[in-house]
Design a protein around this ligand. Structure first.
Ligand code: SAM
Length: 280
C-alpha cells in the first residue's frame, strides 16, 4: 500500500532532489536506476517507450494504489531483467485490484510483443489480515479505521473483477496465474509449483510483518542471482521494514536496500557478493 504521500516537510526536502534527478535523467536518457547489470545502455526500442509507458500507466491506474513513479520503476525492471536474461517468472504477493501485475504484463507486451514470462498474482481477496504488535502503532490505528479515506475496505478486492479486467486487456490464463488465499497457505504451494524454475522479479505488497516475512522466507531461495525484489511498503509500515531487516540479518546476506524514486518503496538485488568495483 503506497497511497500515502510522504510527510509534508519531507516533500519539500525531496522536491529539490527530485528536480535534480529529473535533470540528470533527461541528460542521461533513462539510465537513472541501478539495475542488476549496472547502467544498461538503452535498447533501440526505448525511444518509443515513453509513449508506451504513458499508455500503460493510463491503463493500470484504475486498478492500482501504487503511484506512477513506482509503476514506471517496475516497468524498467521488468524490461531490464528480461533483456539481460535473468531467468524466472514474475511474482506479486498482494495484488489487490491487480494494477501492478497488469503493468508487468503490459510492459512485456510493449517491449517484446508478447508475454515472455508469466506473472503469478497472489492475494487473499479478503483484504489484509489483522495487524500484530510488530506492525507498529500506526498500522494498528489505520486498521481501526483512523484513515477512512484510504481504508479501502481494509484493501479488499474482488477476484472476478481482476479476472475480467485482465481478459478485457487481452491476456489469457497462462500469461498470468491468480493464486487466491492467505500467503501462509498459498506461498509454500507456489514455491513447489514453480520450483526448480526461478523467480526473476518478486514484488511484495502485503503491508504487514507476517505477510512480508512469509513471502521472503519461502520465495527468496527461488529468486535468481541478479533477480530483483521490490518491497512496496518498506517506508509505509514499520512491520514491513522490520520483516526485511529480520530476513536479511537472519540469512547473513549483504544485499543493499535501495529506494525507489520519491521513496515509494524499496528494493534489493539478489547478489551473493559484490564482485566488481564499477557496478553499484
Ligand atoms: C496494498 S494492497 C496491494 C496493492 C496492489 N499491489 C496495487 O497494485 O495496488 C495489499 C494486498 O495484500 C493482500 N494481503 C496482505 N497480506 C496478505 C496475506 N497474508 N495473504 C494474502 N493476501 C494478503 C491484501 O488482500 C491486499 O489486497
Amino acid at each position: 500500500m503506497n497511497h500515502r504521500v510522504p510527510h509534508e516537510n519531507l516533500i519539500m526536502a525531496f522536491t529539490g532532489m527530485h528536480r535534480m534527478r529529473n535533470i540528470a535523467r533527461s541528460l542521461l536518457g533513462r539510465q537513472g536506476f541501478p539495475t542488476p547489470l549496472g547502467n544498461v545502455t538503452p535498447e533501440p526500442h526505448r525511444s518509443a517507450e515513453n509513449e508506451e509507458r504513458r499508455k500503460i500507466w493510463e491503463t493500470v491506474q484504475p486498478y492500482t494504489m501504487v503511484p506512477e513513479p513506482a509503476i514506471d520503476f517496475l516497468i524498467d525492471q521488468v524490461i531490464t531483467l528480461l533483456t539481460s536474461r535473468v531467468s524466472g517468472v514474475l511474482v506479486e504477493c498482494g495484488v489487490w485490484r491487480g494494477g501492478s501485475s497488469m503493468a508487468m504484463l503490459l510492459a512485456q507486451q510493449a517491449a517484446f510483443g508478447r508475454v515472455e514470462r508469466p506473472v503469478y498474482m497472489l492475494d487473499s481477496f479478503q483484504g489484509l489480515p489483522p495487524v500484530t504488535a510488530k506492525d507498529g502503532p500506526l498500522a494498528s490505528k489505520w486498521q481501526q479505521g483512523a484513515d477512512p479515506e484510504n481504508f479501502l475496505d481494509n484493501c479488499r478486492a474482488v477476484r472476478e473483477e481482476v479476472d475480467h479486467a485482465l481478459a478485457r486487456m487481452g491476456f489469457v490464463p497462462g500469461d498470468y496465474t491468480i493464486v487466491e488465499g492467505w500467503f501462509d497457505q498459498t506461498v509454500p504451494r507456489l514455491a513447489e509449483d514453480i520450483s526448480p524454475n526461478s523467480i526473476a522479479l518478486l514484488r511484495l505488497d502485503g503491508d504487514w510483518y507476517d505477510s512480508t516475512r512469509c513471502c521472503l522466507d519461502t520465495l527468496m531461495p527461488l529468486v535468481s542471482e541478479g533477480g530483483v525484489v521490490i518491497i512496496d511498503d518498506y517506508y509505509a509500515w514499520d512491520g514491513c521494514a522490520r520483516a526485511v531487516h529480520d530476513y536479511l540479518s537472519s540469512h547473513d546476506v549483504a544485499y543493499r536496500i535501495r529506494s525507489l524514486p520519491q521513496w515509494y518503496g524499496a528494493y534489493f538485488i539478489k547478489k551473493a557478493a559484490r564482485d566488481r568495483f564499477d557496478v553499484l
